[in-house]
Design a protein around this ligand. Sequence first.
Ligand code: SF4
Length: 131
Amino acid sequence: MQELQDEFGLTYLLISHNLAVVRHVATRVGVLYLGRLVEEAPARELFADPKHPYTRMLLDAVPDIEMAGKERLAIAGEIPNPVNPPPGCHFHPRCPFVMPHCRTVVPPPFEVGQASVRCHLFAPDRQPAAD
Ligand code: SF4
């Protein structure tokens, strides 16, 4: 694939659940959850610094010997019915960072570095959490 890409300047759209393959071949990555693009970023940035909670949980679920003993975010709960997805942020029933407005307001895409992230945690006017 990469030889063809180099030779002919091709663009591929690859849809996969295999993050190792995605990491190997992609230059930009989009993460979908219940049909909504929740994060989109250059592959290098997304794998080094995932921002959306769902992306973080997906990457934490990949077996990695270097992560042994480090804290991981587990994906809790069941996938909701995609025919009748939860209102607001579709991920809110499973998100450990859920806030009241996540249950009613669809997060718009926020620009964070070179990434675009649909999560209220990245709203520019969001106040930092009190300690
Ligand atoms: S918008 Fe809220 S519920 Fe959705 S991923 Fe962000 S913090 Fe979690």
